[in-house]
Design a protein around this ligand. Structure first.
Ligand code: NI
Length: 217
């Protein structure tokens, strides 16, 4: 099987697994991360095959839905890639990405070692911000039953991993707790450049939002 076939088969497999999942971690999240990762990989001269597989498999067994087993994604990815007879070196590189990519409310202190991991992590984080990020933020808040906005509940910075998972703060607070901090977490120059554009877009959205709240426009 050539590389393109392996990528196509993996995309089909992941799509079938994730279709219909309601919290924003759906196939179209994977698709966007995959596309953005390709853009960054090309500019950063990373191994595109590893990056594409890492991006496609990065949420295959999201830790939030598996009782905290943070290695399950790597195991599932390894089994899948072995079934396609992918070479061991590539499998190791992809498993490294899947097991180390996730933002777990630790303020981005988790560093990923390989260039391919850095590229894929940037692409995943970019999908939290910009226009898509705004849409995802309110979808996730709605899914958890949180308010859009409540000025009596102020943003909480420096939440622990546990607090972050349980947090019921209004969706607007999420911009200050996480989304506006994402641009400073980028690993690569290309990731940083893309993040700056998306950051500015969110800033404009917030300016408009608060002006509307006060009936100024
Ligand atoms: Ni993701």
């Amino acid at each position: 099987m050539d590389k393109q076939e392996i990528i196509n088969k993996t995309a089909e497999h992941v799509r079938a697994k994730m279709e219909g999942e309601g919290s924003g971690h759906d196939w179209w999240h994977i698709y966007r991360v995959w596309q953005t990762a390709k853009t960054i990989a090309a500019e950063e001269e990373a191994d595109t095959f590893i990056v594409e597989l890492g991006a496609l498999l990065h949420d295959i067994a999201d830790y939030k839905f598996h009782n905290g087993d943070e290695e399950i994604g790597g195991k599932v990815s390894r089994e899948w890639l072995e079934s396609l007879k992918v070479d061991e070196e590539t499998i190791e590189a992809v498993v490294h990405i899947v097991n180390n990519i996730s933002f777990k409310g630790d303020g981005g202190k988790t560093k990923i070692a390989s260039l391919e991991g850095k590229v894929t992590q940037d692409a995943d984080r970019l999908d939290c911000i910009g226009a898509i990020g705004i849409a995802r933020c309110f979808t996730y808040g709605g899914f958890k039953g949180n308010a859009i906005y409540d000025p009596e509940l102020q943003p909480k910075l420096d939440m622990s991993k546990e607090e972050y998972k349980k947090s019921s703060s209004p969706s607007i607070n999420h911009f200050y707790e996480k989304l506006l901090l994402v641009k400073d977490l980028m690993n690569t120059d290309t990731g940083r450049r893309l993040a700056e554009g998306r950051h500015e877009y969110m800033q404009k959205f917030l300016d408009q939002f608060f002006a509307e709240v006060e009936g100024k426009i």
